[in-house]
Design a protein around this ligand. Structure first.
Ligand code: URA
Length: 279
């Protein structure tokens, strides 16, 4: 028991070290903010939904400020105001942004039907924050997964209109022909519509490995695209997401994004307000 406590303490110190290394000055908690912010932004910063969804909640009369139903979309609030959504009090949180190099055989969805421990639980144990995956990776897919409690940023990164590029390293059961690669570039028909790879390159050394760059993020999309050209995926790894890579991280490890990386992500999805410029 004592040994385990010692191990846990060591782990916590290692995580703190990681945090210091990558994010030397954590941002100030949002709940301490004095400046008034628009109600939709305040709700989104509690991590429950995007600003647009918050507007809908306001329009539907589901938001109360200091006991009164909010009717104006543009109303501003501060941390001193009491804000209820569906009669539950909300508190804006300090945002965390995490880059995980997901190992194989791990679950990254929010609710596993068999109630198994997920990568989200592991991050929550270490940070004390409930984070959500930005997009999904199958149980046996490895590689880059972003996790955050910033609902607005996550929502935009997943929205097809921002055209966020993902690159997958795909090992296949056969060596794909030039014709098969051409089909992937041109587009293949899946049961939920056409899908294409914006770029396909062969691995320089391994003949049965390709790099595929895709924009949309439909369920099992890469596996289904490979099946559509009569091959099977043996292993799948996401190597790039929105310009970020796992180059500096071993599988199973995670780190906080740097301020520069957060700033660049916000720029990508046109979320540049004064606060983010001060990062
Ligand atoms: N495409 C897939 O088929 N699986 C993943 O995990 C990600 C993209």
């Amino acid at each position: 028991m004592q040994k385990r406590n010692k191990r846990n303490r060591k782990k916590a110190t290692a995580n703190n070290k990681q945090r210091e290394e990558f994010w030397p000055e954590p941002p100030k908690p949002k709940s301490g903010e004095k400046e008034p912010v628009r109600l939709n932004k305040y709700i989104a910063s509690a991590g429950i939904c995007s600003r647009r969804e918050a507007d809908k909640l306001i329009e539907e009369g589901k938001v109360k400020v200091n006991g009164k139903v909010a009717t104006e979309l543009g109303v501003k609030v501060t941390a001193k105001d009491n804000v209820l959504v569906n009669d539950e009090e909300i508190q804006p949180e300090e945002f965390v942004y995490i880059l995980l190099n997901k190992p194989k055989n791990t679950i990254s969805t929010t609710n596993d039907e068999k109630d198994r421990k997920t990568v989200l639980d592991v991050i929550e144990d270490a940070t004390g924050k409930r984070v959500y995956p930005v997009g999904r990776l199958d149980r046996n897919t490895t590689g880059l997964l972003l996790l955050t409690n910033d609902g607005e940023l996550a929502h935009r990164l997943m929205h097809p209109s921002y055209k966020i590029r993902k690159v997958y390293q795909v090992e296949t059961n056969i060596i794909l022909s030039d014709e098969q690669l051409g089909l992937l570039r041109k587009g293949v028909m899946l049961d939920d519509g056409a899908a294409r790879a914006y770029k396909v390159d062969r691995h320089k050394v391994l003949a049965n490995v390709i790099f595929m760059s895709v924009i949309d993020g439909r369920n099992h999309q890469v596996r289904r695209m490979i099946q559509a050209v009569d091959a099977e995926v043996i292993s799948l790894k996401r190597t790039i997401y929105a310009g970020l890579t796992t180059d500096d991280l071993r599988q199973g490890r995670w780190r906080y994004l740097t301020r520069k990386e957060i700033h660049e992500l916000r720029q990508l999805v046109k979320l540049l307000d004064k606060k983010s410029l001060r990062l």
